[in-house]
Design a protein around this ligand. Sequence first.
Ligand SMILES: NC(=O)c1ccc[n+]([C@@H]2O[C@H](COP(=O)([O-])OP(=O)(O)OC[C@H]3O[C@@H](n4cnc5c(N)ncnc54)[C@H](OP(=O)(O)O)[C@@H]3O)[C@@H](O)[C@H]2O)c1
Length: 277
Amino acid sequence: MTYLVTGATGSVGRHVVDHLVRAGQRVRALTRDPGRARLPEQVEVVQGDLSRAETLVPALQGVEGVHLIDVGGSGYAPLPNGKEIVQLIAEAGVRRVTLLSGWSQGTLEPAVTASDLSWTYVQPTEFMANALVWAESVRTRAVIEEPFGATKTAMVHEADIGAVIATVLAEDGHAGHSYGLTGPELLDMPAKAATLSKAIGKEIAFVELTVDETRERYRAEGVPEEMIEFQIEVFGNVPEDAYQITPTVEQITGRPPRTFAQWAAEHAAVFSPDRGV
Ligand SMILES: NC(=O)c1ccc[n+]([C@@H]2O[C@H](COP(=O)([O-])OP(=O)(O)OC[C@H]3O[C@@H](n4cnc5c(N)ncnc54)[C@H](OP(=O)(O)O)[C@@H]3O)[C@@H](O)[C@H]2O)c1
């Protein structure tokens, strides 16, 4: 069996690749720039761009299953060509598809779910890796600055998302399912800062930004305006049931989801002032 993994160089895709390789599967990894991919040597790295669907045709040859991401531009722009991608996948005779998606209203999810492919939709909540945006302020000023400090989220570890996707790709019984993935605990911002503080052995302060300060910061960073409003909407207006913990990671992988303390310990060096980056 050969599996094509898109987003293979991304924070989740690398784990999908690792899990499939460890399970003895053949993996083909799609990237726009093979020279920068840095993937395990057993992996066949192929060049392709999801926003130009025709570039996928050679990558799809002889493939049993495909893992898809739904973004493909700057600022996580949703792919506009979902129908075309799905048509090429079906024409290539691929049986199984997983789709990793966020909250974006893209064209890929409706095209995949309307198709005759054996699809599984994987929708994680916030990735633990999103905490990497705090690395610089933690290293240089020992502070995390965010709005909506009291909002609790059940961040999920990228390795758990990758394990779910690799399992679903290689195992029967998941067709037509949508899996919402969370980590094992609900944490507010002070709790996240405290967890990181413990991992690096240094106190990190949490400073709550106002919504206006947040807009200003994102604009200064060049974040697109619609993405700014999206972030403010998602984290400022969390519906009651949006961050309920789900048992799905353990049900599918057979092991409990990793905690944020585990993630923080694995990534402590990135947040450490000694790193001097
Ligand atoms: N961050 C979150 O909290 C969150 C939550 C839920 C869902 N998601 C979903 O996670 C996915 C992103 O995964 P990630 O965070 O692991 O990615 P990431 O670390 O941000 O890396 C982006 C990946 O997308 C690939 N990519 C971007 N544009 C591409 C294009 N035009 N053609 C082919 N590949 C392209 C990049 O590949 P190359 O640069 O090598 O070409 C890279 O592997 C999206 O589907 C998003 O909806 C994210």
